[in-house]
Design a protein around this ligand. Structure first.
Ligand SMILES: Nc1ncnc2c1ncn2[C@@H]1O[C@H](COP(=O)(O)OP(=O)(O)OP(=O)(O)O)[C@@H](O)[C@H]1O
Ligand SMILES: [Mg+2]
Length: 257
């Protein structure tokens, strides 16, 4: 289970984020980037964040730690910004928080170099979860204390938006042609050999156990939250074994850098 904290102060919206994540302080005095159940795609975005961050961390990739953040919507009453107020009002209950990496800067592929091994591991991971949000336009990678950190996994696992068609959707290839790390000669075969064997049924059971029950309840076609957890795990398990053969769009980029 993720650690649970309660929001005590809304500090500021992070305007560059499309879903209007906010910086909040919590009752453990931690600062968190908070993502709200009342935003855009709602709780499925948050489920994707929990699954991807849990998986990435267990594969040795750097991701900010996660917590659940309890929110009393009255926290929004004093907000002058109408949009923020609406978001807080719509997000009472459990939301998601990420450790705030203070002083982190956005990764710029023209300013920083990434080695083929690290590029390969990140790209393989993105292919596994079907991440379309790691492009050169919007890398969702932060540089912090000289290292790369992965953020923003809300737009992954597109298959969970349509479970009846999920198996077909999850079997699709991954187009890496616009991936921000494509120009760094990513060693995808090496990454697959190292990481795919780590993605076991047990590991995925651990990862999906962290999804809060209330973000899973009531999904049509699934009797219990655990049945839905098993569906997330089964698709990722099947995809992990084959995805490195289904990454497209890299060959044209190898000579770029
Ligand atoms: N853990 C963190 N520590 C420091 N800054 C962060 C963290 N998470 C997010 N940010 C900052 O907030 C911005 C928005 O966050 P994020 O990309 O997760 O939001 P989003 O609404 O999903 O964005 P997008 O517009 O990419 O869909 C990031 O680009 C980054 O600058
Ligand atoms: Mg983002």
């Amino acid at each position: 289970m993720l650690k649970e904290v309660f929001a005590t102060r809304y500090i500021t919206p992070l305007r560059e984020g499309g879903s209007l994540p906010g910086l909040v302080e919590a009752d453990d005095l931690g600062l968190y980037v908070m993502k709200f159940t009342g935003a855009g795609q709602g709780r499925k975005t948050l489920v994707a964040e929990v699954v991807c961050a849990g998986l990435a961390r267990r594969l040795g990739l750097r991701v900010p730690g996660l917590v659940t953040v309890g929110l009393d919507p009255v926290l929004g009453l004093g907000e002058p910004d109408q949009e923020v107020q609406g978001l807080l009002r719509a997000s009472g209950g459990l939301n998601l928080g990420m450790d705030f990496l203070s002083g982190a800067i956005g990764f710029d592929p023209l300013a920083f170099a990434v080695g083929p091994e690290e590029a390969g591991r990140i790209l393989w991971f993105d292919a596994l979860v079907g991440n379309v949000d790691r492009s050169w336009r919007n890398p969702n990678l932060l540089m912090w204390h000289g290292d790369l950190w992965l953020i923003d996994h809300g737009a992954t696992m597109i298959w969970h938006h349509n479970w009846p068609g999920a198996e077909v959707s999850a079997a699709r290839p991954y187009d890496a042609s616009e991936h921000v790390l494509a120009p760094f000669a990513p060693d995808v075969a090496g990454a697959a050999a190292e990481l795919a064997p780590l993605v076991t049924g047990d590991l995925l059971t651990e990862v999906t156990a962290d999804i809060p029950e209330e973000w899973l309840a009531g999904e049509p076609g699934f009797g219990t939250p655990d049945a839905l957890r098993r569906a997330y795990a089964a698709l990722l398990l099947a995809r992990a074994a084959v995805i490195h053969e289904r990454i497209q769009g890299l060959e044209t980029r190898q000579g770029d850098k």
